[in-house]
Design a binder for this molecule. Structure first.
Ligand SMILES: [Zn+2]
Length: 233
Protein backbone atom coordinates (compact mmCIF):
# COMPACT_ATOMS: atom_id res chain seq x y z
CA UNK A 1 0.00 0.00 0.00
CA UNK A 2 1.23 3.49 -0.77
CA UNK A 3 1.33 5.09 2.65
CA UNK A 4 2.47 8.39 1.13
CA UNK A 5 -0.93 8.74 -0.50
CA UNK A 6 -2.60 8.17 2.85
CA UNK A 7 -0.33 10.79 4.36
CA UNK A 8 -1.59 13.21 1.73
CA UNK A 9 -5.19 12.20 2.46
CA UNK A 10 -4.57 12.75 6.15
CA UNK A 11 -3.14 16.22 5.53
CA UNK A 12 -6.37 17.13 3.74
CA UNK A 13 -8.50 15.64 6.53
CA UNK A 14 -6.52 17.55 9.14
CA UNK A 15 -7.01 20.74 7.17
CA UNK A 16 -10.73 20.01 6.86
CA UNK A 17 -10.93 19.59 10.64
CA UNK A 18 -9.13 22.88 11.13
CA UNK A 19 -11.50 24.61 8.75
CA UNK A 20 -14.48 23.11 10.58
CA UNK A 21 -13.10 24.42 13.84
CA UNK A 22 -12.36 27.81 12.28
CA UNK A 23 -15.89 27.96 10.88
CA UNK A 24 -17.43 27.33 14.32
CA UNK A 25 -15.14 29.84 16.01
CA UNK A 26 -15.51 32.63 13.46
CA UNK A 27 -15.42 36.06 15.14
CA UNK A 28 -18.29 37.02 12.81
CA UNK A 29 -20.36 34.18 14.37
CA UNK A 30 -19.54 35.36 17.90
CA UNK A 31 -20.38 38.95 16.96
CA UNK A 32 -23.78 37.94 15.59
CA UNK A 33 -24.51 35.72 18.62
CA UNK A 34 -23.59 38.59 20.91
CA UNK A 35 -25.93 40.92 19.04
CA UNK A 36 -28.76 38.36 19.13
CA UNK A 37 -28.25 37.99 22.89
CA UNK A 38 -28.45 41.76 23.32
CA UNK A 39 -31.62 41.91 21.23
CA UNK A 40 -33.29 39.24 23.38
CA UNK A 41 -32.17 41.07 26.53
CA UNK A 42 -33.70 44.34 25.35
CA UNK A 43 -36.93 42.65 24.24
CA UNK A 44 -37.23 41.12 27.72
CA UNK A 45 -36.53 44.45 29.37
CA UNK A 46 -39.25 46.14 27.29
CA UNK A 47 -41.76 43.43 28.26
CA UNK A 48 -40.87 44.00 31.92
CA UNK A 49 -41.20 47.76 31.57
CA UNK A 50 -44.54 47.37 29.76
CA UNK A 51 -45.84 45.34 32.70
CA UNK A 52 -44.48 47.81 35.27
CA UNK A 53 -46.02 50.74 33.39
CA UNK A 54 -49.41 49.01 33.12
CA UNK A 55 -49.31 48.37 36.87
CA UNK A 56 -48.42 51.99 37.65
CA UNK A 57 -51.15 53.24 35.33
CA UNK A 58 -53.77 51.16 37.07
CA UNK A 59 -52.50 52.26 40.51
CA UNK A 60 -52.65 55.87 39.32
CA UNK A 61 -56.24 55.44 38.09
CA UNK A 62 -57.14 53.91 41.44
CA UNK A 63 -55.60 56.84 43.37
CA UNK A 64 -57.46 59.27 41.15
CA UNK A 65 -60.76 57.46 41.66
CA UNK A 66 -60.29 57.31 45.41
CA UNK A 67 -59.58 61.10 45.42
CA UNK A 68 -62.73 61.77 43.43
CA UNK A 69 -64.75 59.52 45.75
CA UNK A 70 -63.50 61.55 48.74
CA UNK A 71 -64.54 64.78 47.03
CA UNK A 72 -68.02 63.50 46.23
CA UNK A 73 -68.50 62.27 49.76
CA UNK A 74 -67.18 65.51 51.25
CA UNK A 75 -69.51 67.60 49.07
CA UNK A 76 -72.45 65.52 50.28
CA UNK A 77 -71.41 66.03 53.90
CA UNK A 78 -70.90 69.78 53.39
CA UNK A 79 -74.41 70.07 51.98
CA UNK A 80 -75.68 68.08 54.94
CA UNK A 81 -73.77 70.34 57.34
CA UNK A 82 -75.60 73.40 56.03
CA UNK A 83 -78.94 71.86 57.14
CA UNK A 84 -77.80 70.63 60.57
CA UNK A 85 -78.76 72.59 63.67
CA UNK A 86 -77.56 70.39 66.53
CA UNK A 87 -73.96 71.47 67.39
CA UNK A 88 -72.83 67.96 68.28
CA UNK A 89 -73.98 66.62 64.93
CA UNK A 90 -72.33 69.56 63.16
CA UNK A 91 -69.06 68.89 64.95
CA UNK A 92 -69.08 65.24 63.98
CA UNK A 93 -69.77 66.15 60.35
CA UNK A 94 -66.92 68.68 60.38
CA UNK A 95 -64.54 66.04 61.71
CA UNK A 96 -65.59 63.68 58.99
CA UNK A 97 -65.19 66.40 56.34
CA UNK A 98 -61.69 67.16 57.61
CA UNK A 99 -60.70 63.51 57.52
CA UNK A 100 -61.97 63.27 53.92
CA UNK A 101 -59.93 66.34 53.02
CA UNK A 102 -56.82 64.64 54.40
CA UNK A 103 -57.65 61.46 52.59
CA UNK A 104 -57.97 63.43 49.37
CA UNK A 105 -54.57 65.05 49.96
CA UNK A 106 -53.01 61.67 50.53
CA UNK A 107 -54.55 60.33 47.33
CA UNK A 108 -53.19 63.38 45.47
CA UNK A 109 -49.74 62.83 46.93
CA UNK A 110 -49.81 59.21 45.95
CA UNK A 111 -51.00 60.16 42.45
CA UNK A 112 -48.06 62.55 42.02
CA UNK A 113 -45.66 59.92 43.25
CA UNK A 114 -47.05 57.36 40.82
CA UNK A 115 -46.91 59.85 37.97
CA UNK A 116 -43.23 60.48 38.68
CA UNK A 117 -42.49 56.75 38.71
CA UNK A 118 -44.51 56.35 35.54
CA UNK A 119 -42.46 59.05 33.84
CA UNK A 120 -39.20 57.36 34.83
CA UNK A 121 -40.35 53.96 33.58
CA UNK A 122 -41.56 55.46 30.30
CA UNK A 123 -38.19 57.10 29.74
CA UNK A 124 -36.49 53.78 30.48
CA UNK A 125 -38.78 52.04 27.98
CA UNK A 126 -38.14 54.70 25.33
CA UNK A 127 -34.40 54.24 25.80
CA UNK A 128 -34.71 50.47 25.63
CA UNK A 129 -36.78 50.74 22.45
CA UNK A 130 -34.23 53.06 20.85
CA UNK A 131 -31.38 50.75 21.81
CA UNK A 132 -33.30 47.76 20.44
CA UNK A 133 -33.94 49.55 17.14
CA UNK A 134 -30.23 50.35 16.94
CA UNK A 135 -29.34 46.69 17.51
CA UNK A 136 -31.91 45.53 14.95
CA UNK A 137 -30.42 47.96 12.42
CA UNK A 138 -26.99 46.43 12.95
CA UNK A 139 -28.19 42.86 12.48
CA UNK A 140 -28.29 42.60 8.65
CA UNK A 141 -24.68 43.79 8.33
CA UNK A 142 -23.51 41.22 10.86
CA UNK A 143 -25.52 38.48 9.17
CA UNK A 144 -23.95 39.38 5.83
CA UNK A 145 -20.47 39.40 7.36
CA UNK A 146 -21.03 35.92 8.77
CA UNK A 147 -22.52 34.62 5.53
CA UNK A 148 -19.47 35.88 3.62
CA UNK A 149 -17.02 34.41 6.11
CA UNK A 150 -18.86 31.07 6.05
CA UNK A 151 -18.90 31.11 2.25
CA UNK A 152 -15.14 31.68 2.10
CA UNK A 153 -14.50 28.68 4.35
CA UNK A 154 -17.07 26.56 2.52
CA UNK A 155 -15.30 27.32 -0.74
CA UNK A 156 -11.99 26.21 0.75
CA UNK A 157 -13.61 23.06 2.13
CA UNK A 158 -15.14 22.26 -1.23
CA UNK A 159 -11.69 22.36 -2.81
CA UNK A 160 -10.31 20.10 -0.07
CA UNK A 161 -13.18 17.64 -0.48
CA UNK A 162 -12.67 17.42 -4.23
CA UNK A 163 -9.00 16.58 -3.73
CA UNK A 164 -9.91 14.18 -0.96
CA UNK A 165 -12.48 12.36 -3.09
CA UNK A 166 -9.92 11.90 -5.85
CA UNK A 167 -7.39 10.40 -3.43
CA UNK A 168 -9.98 8.35 -1.55
CA UNK A 169 -10.93 6.74 -4.85
CA UNK A 170 -7.44 5.23 -5.09
CA UNK A 171 -7.32 4.06 -1.47
CA UNK A 172 -10.77 2.51 -1.23
CA UNK A 173 -9.66 -0.80 0.29
CA UNK A 174 -7.83 0.77 3.25
CA UNK A 175 -10.11 3.72 3.85
CA UNK A 176 -12.09 2.04 6.64
CA UNK A 177 -8.90 0.97 8.40
CA UNK A 178 -7.48 4.48 7.94
CA UNK A 179 -10.59 6.08 9.44
CA UNK A 180 -10.60 3.71 12.38
CA UNK A 181 -6.92 4.35 13.09
CA UNK A 182 -7.41 8.09 12.85
CA UNK A 183 -10.23 7.86 15.33
CA UNK A 184 -8.18 5.91 17.84
CA UNK A 185 -4.86 7.66 17.33
CA UNK A 186 -5.84 11.29 17.82
CA UNK A 187 -6.47 12.00 14.15
CA UNK A 188 -3.07 10.72 13.04
CA UNK A 189 -3.17 7.31 11.37
CA UNK A 190 -0.05 7.73 9.29
CA UNK A 191 3.10 9.48 10.35
CA UNK A 192 6.30 10.31 8.57
CA UNK A 193 9.71 9.39 9.79
CA UNK A 194 11.85 12.46 10.30
CA UNK A 195 15.41 11.34 10.74
CA UNK A 196 14.81 8.49 13.18
CA UNK A 197 11.86 10.17 14.89
CA UNK A 198 8.25 9.14 14.37
CA UNK A 199 6.35 12.36 13.73
CA UNK A 200 3.24 10.77 15.29
CA UNK A 201 4.59 10.05 18.77
CA UNK A 202 7.88 11.99 18.55
CA UNK A 203 9.85 9.02 19.82
CA UNK A 204 13.05 7.82 18.19
CA UNK A 205 13.33 4.41 16.63
CA UNK A 206 16.45 2.40 17.31
CA UNK A 207 18.67 1.44 14.39
CA UNK A 208 17.53 -2.14 14.83
CA UNK A 209 13.84 -1.22 14.74
CA UNK A 210 14.41 0.90 11.68
CA UNK A 211 16.22 -1.91 9.90
CA UNK A 212 13.41 -4.32 10.75
CA UNK A 213 10.87 -2.01 9.14
CA UNK A 214 13.01 -1.56 6.07
CA UNK A 215 13.40 -5.32 5.81
CA UNK A 216 9.65 -5.70 5.49
CA UNK A 217 10.01 -4.60 1.88
CA UNK A 218 6.52 -4.65 0.46
CA UNK A 219 5.37 -7.65 2.49
CA UNK A 220 3.62 -5.58 5.20
CA UNK A 221 2.93 -1.94 6.02
CA UNK A 222 5.51 -0.56 8.41
CA UNK A 223 4.19 0.60 11.75
CA UNK A 224 5.86 2.64 14.47
CA UNK A 225 6.83 0.17 17.24
CA UNK A 226 6.02 2.87 19.83
CA UNK A 227 2.62 4.23 18.82
CA UNK A 228 1.40 1.73 16.21
CA UNK A 229 0.86 4.32 13.52
CA UNK A 230 1.60 3.51 9.92
CA UNK A 231 5.02 4.85 9.22
CA UNK A 232 6.18 6.35 5.95
CA UNK A 233 9.85 5.50 5.81
ZN1 LIG B 1 5.19 6.60 16.66
Amino acid sequence: MDLKVLLELQAIDTHLNQLEHKRNALPERKALQLLQGQIIEHERLIVQLDAAIAQLESAFAEAEKSGNDCDAKRQRLEAQLRTVIAPREAESLQREIESLRQEREEADGMGLDLMEQLGEQEIARDNARKALAELEREKPARETALRDADARIDEEMRGDRQRRDAIAETTKDVLAEYESRRKHLGGVAVSALVGRTCSGCHLDLSAGELQQLKDLGGSADPECPNCGRWLVL
